[in-house]
Design a protein around this ligand. Structure first.
Ligand code: GLA
Length: 386
């Protein structure tokens, strides 16, 4: 049964629109977004689809194919949480975001289905939020720019879900473009789309299948350590607002005064920000060797200084680096599990995949997954004819 038929079976009429929003991988610039820094994500081919039809009674009925469950609420009053169906908090948070902006969306029947692996650090949650947001915009004929929906989706995650994330995931899910990586300044939100020369190499995604643990609490702790670093560095560098404002040379002159742990965290962010610029240059020059070096430097810094890697991610990187034709590998996303990515010479993807399948399960008892994805388009809506 296809998704439209599924919708018809559940809601007894046909869907009116189809919204699609992708997951993402971040090429480089990890834990920099909430430090007002730089990131370079791509939207991937795995996505969340929302089929929807407006209702006139203000009721929103959500059906998740992946959880096989339903959750419902009304748009006419403040939107409550549904602790029995926590998957619905992403959609609820988006509806709440419209209400916070003084917009009362119409009710809707909505069916949600994704093929972005859940809990793998590929931003299935941002994909759900963005697909919901563009669906609500279309059903209500709202004239809101995509960037406004990106901010609304981030707020949904921060306020409704309680994850204090930066803007990267929602931004790339909303603004991605096929064939391009997105070089984003997370302070100004200025961005540049950088062509991704997929004839020269592939980005292979290696899912450790290690469930991300502690992500929420450790994530928020890293954030506050960075903020503490900024407060301490301000003694010497009074103009700084965030770690983004600290150059590598300023950091090298003033870091010795910081407590060791704070120094390590800040060091990662300052150098990682710098690596993003270098990586963009390497990408434009198709300098795959340099790209690989920067990947490895990023991984080592996330492992040793930011302390967000885990044995499974380190093992993936190690397995990848043993393969001829792999130029570099690193963990991607928040860390503590999830996925690593590798830059691989065209034609060597299979060799990497085989090595991962033969070595990784033996050493971890986990069954990994491997995906190759080209950069894809961001969130979009299609109006379906009856
Ligand atoms: C998660 C967050 C992002 C970003 C990354 C780390 O994916 O949602 O905002 O901070 O971690 O780079």
């Amino acid at each position: 049964m296809d998704l439209s038929e599924r919708f018809e079976t559940i809601f007894a009429h046909k869907p009116a629109i189809r919204a699609v929003a992708p997951g993402r991988v971040n090429l480089i610039g990890e834990h920099t977004d909430y430090n007002d820094g730089f990131v370079l994500p791509i939207a991937i081919q795995y996505a969340v689809t929302v089929l929807a039809r407006p209702r006139t009674d203000g009721r929103v009925r959500l059906y998740s194919v992946d959880f096989g469950a339903e959750s419902a609420f009304d748009t006419s009053r403040e939107i409550p949480r549904d602790e029995k169906q926590p998957w619905s908090h992403y959609e609820r948070g988006v509806f709440a975001g419209f209400l916070n902006r003084g917009i009362t969306p119409c009710g809707a029947d909505m069916l949600i289905h994704g093929d972005v692996p859940i809990g793998a650090g590929l931003s299935s949650s941002a994909a759900v939020e963005m697909a919901t947001a563009v669906a609500v915009r279309a059903m209500n004929h709202l004239d809101l720019p995509q960037i406004e929906l990106v901010k609304l989706a981030q707020e949904a995650e921060n306020r409704f879900v309680g994850m204090n994330c930066g803007i990267m995931d929602q931004f790339i899910s909303g603004m991605g473009q096929a064939g391009k990586a997105l070089f984003l300044d997370c302070r100004s939100l200025d961005y540049e789309r950088v062509p991704f020369p997929d004839d020269a190499f592939s980005v292979v995604i290696l899912n450790t299948k290690k469930k991300r643990e502690l992500t929420g609490s450790e994530y928020n702790e890293r954030r506050s350590q960075c903020e503490q670093g900024v407060r301490l560095l301000r003694d010497k560098l009074p103009g700084i607002r965030a770690l983004r404002d600290v150059s590598v040379s300023d950091f090298e002159s003033h870091a010795h005064g910081l407590p060791e742990r704070i120094r390590d965290r800040c060091s990662h962010v300052v150098f990682e920000n710098d690596r993003v610029g270098s990586f963009v240059r390497a990408l434009k020059e198709r300098d795959t060797r340099r790209m690989g070096e920067l990947f490895l430097a990023s991984h080592e810094s996330l492992r040793d200084l930011y302390a967000v890697s885990c044995p499974e991610l380190d093992l993936m990187v190690e397995i990848a680096m043993d393969i001829d034709g792999v130029l570099g590998a690193r963990m991607t996303g928040a860390g503590f599990g999830g996925c690593a990515i590798a830059v691989v010479k065209k034609g060597r993807e299979k060799a990497l995949e085989e090595a991962v399948f033969s070595r990784y399960p033996k050493e971890t008892n986990l069954q990994p997954e491997v995906y190759v994805s080209l950069p894809s388009d961001g969130a979009r809506v299609e109006i379906l004819s009856d």
